[in-house]
Design a binder for this molecule. Structure first.
Ligand SMILES: Nc1ncnc2c1ncn2[C@@H]1O[C@H](COP(=O)(O)OP(=O)(O)OP(=O)(O)O)[C@@H](O)[C@H]1O
Ligand SMILES: [Mg+2]
Length: 461
């Protein structure tokens, strides 16, 4: 019950609205029926009065006949002369109760008008009273009152009311049942979702919801499932990330430790050997420095704390500078490194240092993963976009690994790293930096043929 509060609230609201409508409707129907009955009885009573008046005006009708007719018609009659004296009375109404005969009414009747009103006897019985003149030789000679008891009408009304209350109760119970079903229908998936999210929060990330409806509930359940998948992936990559970091740090540290010990204990024979070990120590220290810088960049980007220093950047200059920086390494491997430019040069909005980092990373990869052939760098300016292409004729990337190369620490075949010395952080940084500056990076590659990275930035008008 405690968990079913939504169902209760919902049910309460629906039932309250329903009750308001029901009471309002019942009241209106009751009013309609009551006024319909009253109108009908009033007209009937008035018509009866007219009949009696016609009868009384006929010479052939005696007082006794009038009384008999009155008994048959189940009404009381009073015939009152101009001096307010009752000259004829018949019916169940107490003839000593003369309160219905009011002088103001008599005046109107004797003036030729009809009066109609509702009268309540001291005993509580109510009557419709209709008074009209009886003419003798075109002169109003007396006033005839006809009184019909409202008892029958009240009985009918009571029956209608009972029926209304009964159907109201029926409708209420039906609504209660339907509301309960709707509340259950709506709250059950919510409860399921609540339980699932609690489980997810407690670390059970394999939890999935099985709600397939096509409505908001369905999409909420879907979103929760997606969240669980994301969290699971996040947890797994985080574990992997820490494992990777410790692994990546351990290798250079082992080298540093080993070779510094060799130098300390003077376990070398020649100066060249000593210099070689010093060179290794220097390289490994650099490697450590790069790794720490990359990790620092990545963590800043992931927290969204990286500050871009936006400026108008001349990409041509920047790219040519970067090409010059890797030229030496390319020459060492006898690779041809070419730069080409298409379209009218335009400055684009970006962070100069970060742009250089992007280009250098791609160029370093191209040089690192190409044994023979060429590396082509091209810049293309169009009216709405700017395209940077770094293409090499290197070892390429297998098709099924392409989707992962932008992930942190991802390296194609782990054995490559030993040969080429990368840590797998470069491209993940490149992708983040490109996206941070509103660009897009795509890659196409074929094993043993080469790789082509394309970066596109849309230019602000
Ligand atoms: N031009 C390329 N040709 C072939 N393979 C590539 C190329 N660029 C990237 N790769 C593959 O993608 C992997 C990920 O590249 P990334 O630049 O992220 O890492 P890395 O070069 O190994 O290390 P880092 O750049 O951090 O020093 C590389 O290990 C490599 O296997
Ligand atoms: Mg790299």
């Amino acid at each position: 019950m405690k968990n079913n509060r939504i169902g209760l609230k919902l049910g309460f609201v629906i039932i309250t609205v329903f009750l308001i409508v029901l009471v309002f409707l019942g009241f209106t129907i009751d009013r309609l029926f009551t006024s319909f009955y009253i109108d009908r009885m009033r007209t009937e009573n008035e018509e009866l009065g007219s009949h009696f008046a016609v009868m009384a005006q006929s010479d052939s009708t005696s007082g006794e006949m009038m009384k008999t007719f009155a008994e048959f018609s189940n009404v009381s009659i009073f015939n009152v002369n101009a001096n307010s004296e009752v000259i004829l009375h018949s019916g169940t109404h107490d003839s000593s109760d003369r309160k219905i005969i009011r002088s103001s009414d008599l005046e109107r009747i004797f003036a030729g008008k009809k009066v109609n009103f509702l009268y309540t006897e001291p005993s509580g019985i109510r009557y419709f009273v209709s008074g009209q003149p009886i003419y003798v030789k075109d002169v109003a000679a007396s006033a005839l009152y006809v009184m019909s008891s409202t008892e029958k009408m009240e009985q009918s009304l009571l029956a209608v009311r009972n029926l209304l209350i009964l159907s109201g109760i029926g409708a209420f119970l039906l609504a209660l049942g339907i509301t309960w079903i709707i509340a259950q229908y709506l709250s059950r998936p919510l409860l399921k979702m609540q339980q699932a999210t609690r489980k997810i929060a407690a670390g059970d990330l394999e939890t999935r919801l099985d709600i397939n409806s096509n409505d908001e509930m369905g999409s909420l359940a879907h979103a929760i499932n997606d969240l669980a998948v994301d969290l699971q992936r996040y947890r797994d990559t985080r574990q992997e990330f820490f494992a990777n970091i410790s692994h990546e740090l351990r290798t250079p540290i082992t080298y540093l430790e080993g070779y510094s010990q060799v130098l300390q204990q003077e376990l070398y024979e020649t100066v060249e050997e000593k210099n070689k070990y010093l060179g290794i120590i220097h390289d490994e220290a650099l490697r450590l420095q790069h790794l720490v810088e990359d990790l620092f960049d990545l963590s800043k980007m992931e927290e969204g704390k990286i500050n871009l220093e936006l400026d108008w950047v001349n990409m041509s200059d920047l790219t040519q500078q970067a090409v010059r920086k890797v030229e030496l390494k390319a020459r060492e491997k006898s690779l041809s490194l070419k730069y080409k430019e298409n379209g009218m040069m335009k400055k684009i909005r970006g962070d100069k240092k970060r742009m250089e980092q992007i280009i250098l990373n791609l160029l370093e990869n191209a040089v690192r993963y190409t044994e023979k052939g060429e590396i082509n760098v091209s810049l293309s300016y169009t009216s709405s976009a700017f395209l940077l292409v770094v293409e090499d004729s290197g070892i390429g990337i297998p098709k099924d690994e392409i989707p992962y190369i932008f992930e942190r620490f991802y390296r194609v075949e782990k054995s490559r790293s030993r040969q080429y010395g990368g840590t797998g952080l470069g491209l993940s940084i490149v992708k983040k930096l490109v996206e941070l500056q509103g660009g897009q990076i795509t890659v196409t590659s074929e094993v043993d043929k080469g790789t082509r990275f394309e970066i596109q930035f849309y230019q602000q008008p």
